[in-house]
Write a new protein. Structure first.
Length: 106
């Protein structure tokens, strides 16, 4: 099973770094299970505190089901929970900007 690594960035509202960290320190087990069941692993989120930008990477399996996550009630509940501290789209999902890989050293 081949995994694909993807990278992207998201945007915190100014001054929300500590709250973002607090909420992720208490991440819901059902959300973690949902992400894993969708074929996601090794999900990491980093913070550029100066610009309130989050940089994330994750691995997804060849047969991942990430596209179905937006319709899942747990994901929608998480987005609603996070919506007051980060930039979101009209449907409540975070604004995500994909970042293409330009170099990879194995």
């Amino acid at each position: 099973m081949n995994a694909q690594t993807i990278a992207f960035r998201m945007f915190l509202n100014p001054g929300q770094q500590a709250e973002y960290q607090r909420r992720h320190d208490a991440i819901w087990p059902e959300l973690c299970a949902l992400l894993k069941d969708a074929g996601i692993s090794d999900y990491r989120i980093y913070l550029d505190a100066e610009h309130s930008v989050l940089f994330a990477t994750l691995h997804r399996s060849e047969n991942h089901r990430m596209d179905a996550l937006a319709q899942h009630p747990v994901m929608q509940k998480w987005w609603a929970y996070m919506g007051d501290i980060m930039r979101c789209k009209a449907d409540g999902s975070p604004v995500v900007e994909p970042l293409p890989c330009l170099f990879h050293l194995e």
